[in-house]
Design a protein around this ligand. Structure first.
Ligand SMILES: NC(=O)c1ccc[n+]([C@@H]2O[C@H](COP(=O)([O-])OP(=O)(O)OC[C@H]3O[C@@H](n4cnc5c(N)ncnc54)[C@H](O)[C@@H]3O)[C@@H](O)[C@H]2O)c1
Length: 334
């Protein structure tokens, strides 16, 4: 297929572009590089040996530019990763988040509609479940009660997609709710490259391991979990990328899938796995809980397995090994 990947230079997008190329698809990336580097394109070409990868530096809010790209390339489908993703930043800059994520997606969908490209795989997030009533969380669990503007943008886009589908059932739309993507391609050539202080646990750990940061803060050790620290469902980014290809293959109508492993690991579990696998001590301190954090969040991933034939294969040891492999080979990112 001929596929447009928005945000394809970013962390999850780049791993998915790699998987798409390896599966024989033709790929065009649109990215404004606000949180990524052009260097990723060379790395993808190095890994795959495939040179036919088109890149257009463009903001998805540029409707006229998008129109031209759609007319020229005649896509069959769109994978839409472009967006801002920092929970903390979204509380300080909510309008930028609504404009980029919600406004940008509305513009993209309009252009898709005009070009009659009606197949979309969208990056949603487990944050749409807010503070879950129970775990594991299945797709039928209530959504809402999001604790930050970032999460609310994902919820609003999900709603926009279901309204769009209700108005025109010739669309095929997958809403993929990611849990906590971590790790990197096993080559160590592509990975997560957060600018500034990382927001997420794994890049924080790897930067403490490399000496770039002094110490990790574990926010809360008094949650109602086995060791008191927060529990999350970490999923290897290569497994996550594979889930997108399965979703594209099987896509029919409007579908929503959790992409997680179904296993919860606490912050302290992840630190220990990292230390054991990589033989590096991680210096950490216990800090107060952060507002908006929840105790425990992990997926019931059985729907994706039964309907898409997709299941995460890589375990926590591979996640921490590959995260460190990427960080140690690229201490300053791309
Ligand atoms: N990483 C996670 O923990 C996580 C979890 C759940 C959902 N998601 C979602 O998955 C998607 C990809 O996440 P990621 O971790 O790869 O993030 P990322 O920041 O690495 O990638 C996003 C890419 O989109 C680009 N971009 C942003 N706004 C754009 C715009 N207006 N026009 C064009 N390009 C734009 C950025 O430059 C970047 O390359 C995002 O939508 C994110 O919200 C991420």
């Amino acid at each position: 297929m001929n596929i447009l990947v928005t945000g394809g230079c970013g962390y999850i997008g780049s791993h998915t572009v790699l998987a798409l190329l390896e599966a024989g698809h033709k790929v065009t990336i649109i990215d404004n590089l606000c949180n990524s580097s052009r260097e990723v394109l060379e790395r993808i070409k190095n890994i795959t040996g495939i040179n036919e990868l088109t890149f257009v530096e463009m903001d998805i809010r540029d409707a006229d530019g998008l129109e031209i790209v759609f007319n020229h390339y005649k896509f069959d489908a769109v994978m839409h990763f472009a967006g801002l993703k920092s929970v903390g930043e979204s509380t300080k800059k909510p309008l930028e988040y609504y404009d980029n994520n919600v406004g940008g997606t509305a513009i993209l969908l309009n252009v898709m509609k005009h070009a009659n490209v009606k197949t979309l795989v969208f990056s949603s997030s487990a944050t749409v479940y807010g503070d879950p009533i129970s775990v594991p969380i299945s797709e039928t669990a209530p959504t809402g009660g999001t604790t930050n503007p970032y999460g609310t943008t994902k919820l609003m886009i999900e709603q926009m997609l279901s309204d769009l589908y209700a108005s025109d059932q010739s669309w095929n739309i997958a809403r993929l709710r990611y849990f906590n993507p971590v790790g990197a391609h096993e080559s160590g050539l592509i990975g997560e490259d957060p600018g500034g202080i990382p927001n997420n646990l794994m890049p924080y750990i790897t930067q403490v391991a490399s000496g770039k940061l002094d110490e990790l803060s574990v926010y809360g050790d008094d949650y109602d979990t086995a060791d008191g620290s927060g529990v999350r469902d970490y999923i290897h980014v290569v497994d996550l990328a594979a889930g997108h290809l399965k979703a594209l293959d099987k896509l029919e109508g409007l579908a929503t899938y959790n992409l997680g492993t179904g296993k919860g690991y606490s912050v302290l579990d992840v630190i220990k796995a990292f230390e054991d696998v990589n033989d590096i001590k991680i210096s950490y301190k216990i800090a107060p809980r952060r507002e908006g954090d929840i105790a425990s969040c992990y997926a019931d991933p059985t729907l994706a397995e039964s309907e898409l034939g997709w299941k995460a294969n890589k375990d926590i040891n591979q996640m921490v090994r590959d995260a460190w492999n990427w960080q140690s080979k690229n201490p300053t990112g791309y």
